[in-house]
Design a protein around this ligand. Structure first.
Ligand code: CMC
Length: 428
């Protein structure tokens, strides 16, 4: 492809063009400032490619999402979440033996250091489990530090990757048990990844708890659909922090906090709160559609819109169907599901939403399924964390293994005061 030409102050500059394997085109501005003195200005990074990556492909116009080339629909239909972790992190589908070893590794690193239980006890009873999750992920660095050359070897990093994947569900379940005052339930090696989490979450020592296979299947699907989404806010945060050389645990802990916000992973909690508000207000969903269209109201339809998807979010399509199935199979009649469907129908036929290409995103139906599974609303974003973890790890590892990667350091256009003399306190 021809070089891109830029004319600045009457002078012409040329910049190379790079083309990805799906023919996405980028203008390589790495030499922009050195040759022109100017920087590219792109608040929100909507036009900025921060990296090359071979992990996840999204085509927002056509509603395509692929993990390592495999369409999300096929992955969701056929894979286990653990297989998806392997695929994203190591770049290929595991053979039978590789999968058995990987599952075995994940099963044998689930215990937390006993001292860590004391951390949970220090939090207030109503602490948000996402705050606990972020703190605990970073706290893992105190038990498994990367202090020297030897410890940051590929082998050590891989061990820490296994530890993190294995322990995150124990951390999530303990955070929940803390929030409801129940005893912690230890991991069980005879259960698979999702069953083990559900057991730690819902079992009590007083009686046997049998994991419902419908719930386990639904969780497997939800985790897969959240597993990676290329350079979104939390993943970019993981790369940003990791670019300074910070450890895996420190970088992922930062990703957890970025995910927490209502415009990102916190949206699934916000969707349920919105649907409950509409239900409590007489289920007049049209009133809320109108409010969302009125900028002055400050109200947005949570679970609608996406920075990248401008046609449909393929994950939302899969989840809409799954929501019907799961609620049917569990025999749950949730009025929030019909409010959600009504909202979707109205919004999709309304000029405001059509013109802005606003469609339901992954978070619109995930919360309804989590509710049906018995997961409380304040745990939704923690569930998203468990799902997104392999994506963060894969992206961190890709950057870490790339000898050309540099510390991330954006520039700015300064708009403050120009040079002026300091005024002593008695003259102000
Ligand atoms: N309800 C009503 N209007 C909206 C919505 C919405 N949910 N989303 C965007 N708009 C309007 C917005 O007001 C603007 O209108 P105008 O052109 O008249 O000013 C236009 O659509 C473009 O919006 P934007 O804020 O410039 O779009 P963005 O790409 O910066 O934001 C978004 C994307 C996902 C943050 C935003 O759509 C939003 O706030 N959605 C609700 C929160 C949500 O569901 N987040 C989950 C995202 S998917 C999962 C994840 O990534 O974690």
């Amino acid at each position: 492809m021809d070089n891109a030409k830029l004319i600045l102050n009457g002078q012409e500059y040329e910049f190379p063009v790079i083309v990805g394997s799906e023919n996405e085109v980028g203008i390589d501005f790495r030499k922009l400032r050195a040759t022109t003195g100017a920087i590219s200005f792109d608040p929100g990074y909507g036009n900025t490619g921060a990296t090359e990556s071979a992990i996840t492909f999204i085509n927002g116009e056509e509603g395509i999402l692929r993990y390592r080339g495999y369409p999300i629909e096929q992955v969701a239909e056929n894979a286990s979440f653990v297989e998806v972790c392997y695929l994203l992190i190591y770049g290929k589908l595991p053979s039978k033996d590789e999968l058995t070893k990987f599952e075995n590794d994940l099963t044998h690193h689930t215990l937390l250091h006993e001292d860590m239980k004391k951390f949970f006890e220090g939090y207030p009873a109503n602490a948000h489990p996402m705050a606990i999750m972020a703190a605990m992920v970073i706290s893992l660095a105190t038990y498994y530090p990367n202090l020297n050359e030897n410890e940051s070897s590929a082998e050590m990093i891989n061990l820490n990757i296994i530890r993190l994947l294995a322990k995150v569900k124990t951390l999530a379940a303990f955070a929940y048990k803390k929030s409801i005052g129940q005893p912690y339930i230890y991991p069980r090696n005879d259960l698979n990844y999702v069953e083990d989490f559900l057991h730690m979450m819902f079992a009590v020592p007083a009686e046997e708890y049998v994991v419902n296979p419908v719930v386990a299947r639904a969780l497997n699907l939800l985790l897969i659909l959240h597993a990676d989404h290329e350079q979104n806010c939390s993943t970019s945060t993981v790369r940003m922090v990791g670019s300074s050389g910070a450890s895996l645990f420190a970088s992922i802990g930062a990703g957890v906090t970025a995910l927490w916000g209502p415009l990102h992973g916190g949206a699934n909690q916000a969707v349920i709160q919105m649907l409950e508000r509409i239900r409590d207000d007489g289920s007049d969903y049209k009133k809320y559609v109108n409010m969302a269209k009125d900028r002055e109201s400050g109200f947005r339809l949570m679970g609608f819109g996406h920075r990248v998807y401008k046609n449909f979010d393929p994950r939302a399509r899969i989840l809409k169907e799954a929501a019907d199935e799961v609620l049917n199979e569990l025999g749950i009649d949730d009025p929030l599901l019909s409010i959600a469907k009504n909202l979707e129908e109205v919004a999709l036929s309304d000029e405001y939403f059509i013109a802005r290409k606003l469609y339901p995103n992954v978070d619109f139906y995930s919360g309804i399924i989590y509710r049906a599974m018995g997961i409380p609303t304040n745990m939704f974003t923690v569930m998203f964390t468990m799902g997104r973890l392999p994506g963060w790890i894969a992206q961190w590892k890709e950057m870490h293994d790339d000898p050309t990667s540099r510390i991330n350091r954006p520039r700015q256009i300064y708009t403050g005061e120009r040079n002026r003399d300091f005024v002593p306190l008695d003259k102000r």
